[in-house]
Ligand binder design. Structure first.
Ligand code: NAD
Length: 428
């Protein structure tokens, strides 16, 4: 029999159905929340550099805005599908709700490959995308952000087009803007720091002194680098990171028992994120296979690279010393691995809580942009820490009260908050 292709939206709906059952939600609430509230599908016609015309397909999915304007990225990808965008929009609703920020969930995309497009052509796609949905997005409706293959420059082109159409300055329309052009200080650090804010709380609950713990990290990108930094500043010892090697087309783990130094490693990392193996060896690092990070004798594991990394096949390699797994990446753990982690009593900080520092800081960017008044970095980070700790506490309190897994508790809190908002508004 032919294998059915993976469909992210079906998976997101299944996850939702399981939690809805546990919460005893009524049928109209289930019907409302297992589907997007609104979707926009449109074509974006562009004049190419050679004078020809091409037409790209664009989407914006607004899953739910009962708690506030939708929030979520815009992806440029040649294999984008509306079902992926729907799933990601739904996950954004839960992520915003679990850290209790007053926003809903959205996601958008354009089917295109930016590698084959000039800057001018990409600018035309950004402006064309905004023209198609200008009346349905905005600071009080739906606030986009960068995502796969989009960044600050794309956000500024989109903002500029939106402001031309609406006739004013609306920096709160979009986030991920460069600092000085409406961006927020602290955004670069936010996701990695947020991971460690939750780790500190988890360790407190387990009676672990962070200064006596070691951590193994997968990945050495934005999330991992800042998580390693704050973990070290908090007194912990990071013993490895891993990265993808662009030339060898495989990944490696860089280990040093006396502790790794992120600044030293950044100085020998190229623009593709590959750490130089020879230089690392000279600096006393051991170079191990890519999946060796999971076997390290550490108190903490932080998968912060990709989805599908802790699986049924390798979960048994997790060292017996590991007490906490903090999911910096989205979806790093498969359901089979979840069962092993749960059985072994390892404390899990689930992805949509653990890496919510990024969206929380984007919310702060929107707040600052709407006020047209910008905070210092310290103020941003203090507020971020408060939000992450409150989110963590709510989930861990429910998990211990009901004796349930942290991932289930996080879903139950997020979904019940959104369901409550729909009831209070009188929708269902
Ligand atoms: P990034 O591109 O900056 O870094 C990814 C890192 O993973 C790189 O060091 C890369 O070399 C490494 N890597 C890639 N393939 C690998 C492999 N097979 N084995 C080991 N390492 C590998 O990305 P990022 O922004 O740090 O994001 C990491 C994860 O966190 C993603 O799942 C992303 O969706 C999630 N996330 C990021 C943010 C954010 O604000 N950056 C927010 C929420 C979630």
């Amino acid at each position: 029999m032919e294998k059915k292709p993976f469909n992210a939206f079906e998976m997101a709906q299944q996850q939702f159905d399981n939690v809805a059952e546990k919460l005893g939600l009524n049928n109209p609430t289930r019907e409302l929340l297992r589907n997007p509230l609104r979707e926009y599908h449109f074509m974006v016609p562009i004049r190419m550099d050679d004078g020809s015309y091409q037409v790209f397909k664009g989407f914006r999915v607004q899953h739910n805005d009962a708690r506030g304007p939708c929030k979520g990225g815009i992806r440029f990808h040649p294999h984008e599908t509306v079902d992926t965008v729907r799933a990601l929009a739904m996950w954004m609703t839960w992520k915003c709700a679990v850290v209790d920020i007053p926003l809903g969930g959205g996601k958008g995309g354009v089917i295109c490959d930016p590698h084959n497009l000039s800057d001018r052509e990409q600018e035309a796609i950004c402006r064309g995308w905004v023209r198609q949905v200008a009346l349905n997005v905005g600071p009080v409706q739906d606030v986009p952000a960068p995502d796969v293959m989009t960044h600050g420059q794309h956000m500024l082109w989109m903002l500029d087009e939106f402001e031309r159409l609406r006739g004013g300055r609306f920096p709160g329309f979009i986030t991920g803007k460069p600092v000085g052009m409406g961006g927020s200080l602290g955004r670069t650090e936010a996701t990695g720091y947020g991971v460690i804010y939750t780790v500190r709380e988890a360790m407190k609950e387990l009676g672990l002194e962070i200064g006596k713990t070691t951590g193994a990290f997968q990945g050495f990108g934005n999330v991992s680098q800042y998580a390693v930094r704050l973990f070290r500043e908090s007194g912990g010892k990071a013993i490895c990171v891993s990265c993808w090697d662009q030339e060898d087309k495989t990944s490696y783990t860089f280990c040093r028992e006396s502790g790794i130094d992120p600044d030293e490693l950044v100085s020998i990392t190229d623009k593709f994120g590959t750490i130089n193996k020879e230089k690392a060896k000279k600096a006393g690092y051991e170079i191990l296979p890519g999946d060796a990070w999971i076997e390290q004798e550490a108190d903490l594991l932080v998968p912060a690279a990709l989805e599908n990394q802790v699986t049924g096949a390798n979960a048994s390699n997790i060292h017996k010393r590991v007490r906490v797994i903090a999911e910096g990446a989205n979806g790093p753990t498969t359901p089979e691995a979840d069962r092993v982690i749960r059985q072994r009593g390892i404390f899990l900080v689930p992805d949509f809580l653990c890496n919510a520092g990024g969206v929380t800081c984007s919310y702060f960017e929107q707040v600052q942009s709407n006020m047209n008044h910008y905070w210092g970095k310290n103020e941003v980070l203090v507020q971020l820490e408060n939000k992450m700790i409150a989110g963590f506490k709510a989930v861990s309190d429910l998990a211990s009260k009901k004796n349930i897994y942290m991932r289930d508790a996080a879903y139950m809190i997020a979904i019940s908050r959104v369901a409550d908002a729909c009831h209070l508004r009188g929708w269902v």
